[in-house]
Design a protein around this ligand. Structure first.
Ligand code: GTP
Ligand code: MG
Length: 478
C-alpha cells in the first residue's frame, strides 16, 4: 500500500531505503538506498577496510568493510556506489550487500532510517528511474512484468517491452500525429485566408495509416492475452471412449473419474499437460451421443459450446467397438478447428484389426482431422506419438502468437483503445467534409485526445494518480 500523503513526484528528493533482494533467507542480501543523502547515510552505517572514505569515492565502486547492525554488532559487507546520473534511479545510490538474513537486513534498514532515510514505497526506485529519464513508462512497467514473470514466455515478453522498440514506434506515431494536428490548427488560425493546410483527403489517408498501425498493435496485444493463457485442447467423443482415462494418462494427474459406466463425466474437467517445450490445457468433458436424458443433454451442450473456443479438438474413438462413422458427428459444428483423431483401446485388438480400423477411420475423417494416433490410454501405448501430434498442432500456433504478440497491461491497452477511438472519430469527420476548415475545431479536439492517449501510454503525459497506480503494483525495493 502506498503511504498516505507521499507523492512520488514531490518526494523525489527524499533519500529512500529498502531491502531489494528476494524475501526470505539467502546467501547474500541487498539493502538499497537512493537519493541525495544515499552515500552519506551508507557511510554512517559502514566502516570501509583501510582508510577508505565512502563519501569521497567515485561511482561504480565496490568497497569492502563492515556494516553496523546496532551500536555494538557489525557484519562483513560490501557497498556498491553509483553516482548520479549514471545509476538506475539517476540519483546517488548505494547498495549494501551483506548476509541474506531477513533479521540482519531489517536492522540495516532501521539503521538507514535512523540516519535519515525513508522506507521506499512499492516501485519507488523504478518510479525514480522513470522520472529521471532512464526509461519510459513502457520500460518501467516491463520491470514489473519481469519480476512477476512465472514462465519463460512471460519473461521473453517482458524483455521485448524493456528493449524499447515499442516506445520508439509510439513516439514516432505521436510525432506524425502532432504534425497533422499542427496543420489543422493552422487551418483554424488562418480560417479567413484562402489557403488549406491539409485537405480532408490527405487527412483521411494520414489518419487511416496511423489507425491501422495502432490496430495491428492492439491485435498483437489481444493475441498475447490469449497466448498468456495456455492453448487448449478438448477431448471429445462418445461416452466410454476413454476420454477421461486419456486425460489422466496425458497429464499424469488422477483428475477425472474413469469408469465402465457410460456417462461418467458430466462437468468439464481441466488439467495442464506438457508436450515437450509446449504447454497446454487439456479439457475432458461429457461424451456426446444422441439418446441422452435432460441432464446429459445439458452436459453435451456445454461440450459443444466449449468446442467452439478451443485451439484443438481431440476426437477419441473406441476402436475396440465396430467402426461407426457417426462418431464424427460431434465435429460438425466446428469444421475448421484442427482435430487430432485418437483411436483408443488398441490393446483390445490384434494388429491386423487395429490397422484395418485405423485405415477406415482415416478415410472417413473430415477435413479438419490433421492426424490419427492409435493409443491405449490404460496401457500407455502410443502416448508419445500422440503428444508429438498435439505439440505439432499447438506448438506452432503458440510460437506464431508469441512472435506477433506484445504483452500489454490493461492500462496500456486502454490507452491504445482511446487513441484508436479518437482517430476513428476524426476519420469519420474527415469523410464528411468538403474542406478541413469546416470541422477543424472538432478534428483538432479528437486528435489532441489521441495524442494524449498515446502520450499517457509511454508516459510523456503523466499524472501523480497514474504513477501511483502503476508503481503501487511493484514490490518494495524495486
Ligand atoms: N482396455 C482398455 N480400456 C480402456 C482404455 N481406455 C479407457 N478404457 C476403459 O473404458 C472405460 C471408460 O473409460 P473412461 O475414461 O471413463 O471413458 P470416458 O470417455 O471418459 O467416458 P464418459 O465420461 O462416460 O464419457 C473405463 O472402464 C476405462 O477403464 C484403453 O485404452 N484400453
Ligand atoms: Mg469421462
Amino acid at each position: 500500500m502506498r503511504t498516505a500523503g507521499v507523492r512520488l513526484i514531490d518526494a523525489i528528493n527524499d533519500t529512500i531505503v529498502a531491502v531489494s533482494s528476494a524475501s526470505g533467507h539467502g546467501i547474500r542480501g541487498i539493502v538499497r538506498l537512493s537519493g541525495p543523502d544515499a552515500i552519506a547515510i551508507a557511510a554512517r552505517l559502514f566502516v570501509a577496510d583501510g582508510e577508505t572514505c565512502l563519501s569521497r569515492q567515485p561511482g561504480f565502486r565496490r568497497i569492502s568493510g563492515m556494516v553496523w547492525l546496532d551500536t555494538t554488532r557489525r557484519l562483513p559487507a560490501e557497498v556498491y556506489l553509483f553516482r548520479a546520473s549514471r545509476s538506475y534511479t539517476r540519483q546517488d545510490c548505494a547498495e549494501i550487500h551483506t548476509i541474506g538474513s531477513p533479521a540482519v537486513l531489517a536492522m540495516v534498514v532501521d539503521g538507514a532510517r535512523s540516519a535519515g532515510a525513508r522506507l521506499a514505497q512499492p516501485g519507488e526506485f523504478t518510479a525514480r528511474a522513470f522520472l529521471g529519464g532512464a526509461m519510459d513508462l513502457f520500460q518501467a512497467e516491463a520491470v514489473a512484468a519481469t519480476i512477476a514473470a512465472r514462465s519463460d514466455r512471460q519473461l521473453r515478453a517482458a524483455r521485448k517491452l524493456q528493449e524499447g522498440d515499442l516506445s520508439r514506434r509510439i513516439t514516432e506515431w505521436r510525432a506524425r500525429l502532432m504534425e497533422v494536428t499542427a496543420l489543422i490548427e493552422a487551418d483554424i488560425d488562418f480560417a479567413d485566408e484562402p489557403i488549406e493546410f491539409i485537405t480532408p483527403g490527405a487527412l483521411r489517408s494520414q489518419l487511416s495509416g496511423l489507425a491501422q498501425q495502432i490496430e495491428a498493435l492492439r491485435a498483437g496485444a489481444d493475441a498475447a492475452e490469449r497466448f498468456d493463457v495456455l492453448p487448449t485442447a478438448l477431448l471429445i467423443g462418445r461416452p466410454n471412449a476413454g476420454k477421461s482415462s486419456l486425460m489422466n494418462a496425458l497429464s499424469g494427474l488422477d483428475r477425472a473419474i474413469c469408469s465402465a459406466v457410460s456417462g461418467t463425466t458430466r462437468d468439464i474437467v481441466s488439467a495442464p499437460i506438457k508436450l515437450g517445450t509446449t504447454e497446454a490445457m487439456l479439457l475432458d468433458a461429457a461424451g456426446v451421443h444422441e439418446d441422452a436424458d435432460a441432464l446429459m443433454r445439458e452436459a453435451q451442450a456445454r461440450v459443444l459450446s466449449a468446442a467452439e473456443h478451443v485451439d484443438l479438438l481431440c476426437l477419441v474413438i473406441d476402436v475396440a467397438a465396430p467402426p461407426d462413422m457417426s462418431a464424427f458427428d460431434c465435429l460438425r459444428s466446428t469444421p475448421t478447428t484442427p482435430c487430432v483423431l485418437v483411436a483408443n483401446k488398441i490393446d483390445l485388438l490384434d494388429e491386423e484389426t487395429r490397422d484395418h480400423r485405423q485405415t477406415i477411420l482415416t478415410q472417413a475423417a473430415p477435413a479438419n482431422v490433421m492426424s490419427v494416433c492409435a493409443v491405449s490410454a490404460t496401457e500407455g501405448t502410443g502416448l508419445d506419438h500422440l503428444r508429438d501430434a498435439l505439440a505439432g498442432q499447438l506448438g506452432h500456433r503458440d510460437d506464431l502468437a508469441e512472435e506477433k504478440s506484445v504483452v500489454l497491461s490493461a492500462r496500456q491497452r486502454g490507452c491504445l483503445a482511446s487513441a484508436s477511438q479518437a482517430l476513428d472519430r476524426a476519420i469519420a469527420e474527415a469523410e464528411q467534409i468538403g474542406e478541413t476548415v469546416d470541422r477543424a475545431e472538432v478534428l483538432a479536439l479528437e486528435l489532441r485526445e489521441a495524442l494524449d492517449a498515446l502520450g499517457e501510454l509511454i508516459g510523456a503525459v503523466t499524472t501523480e494518480d497514474l504513477l501511483s497506480t502503476i508503481f503501487a503494483s511493484f514490490c518494495i525495493g524495486k
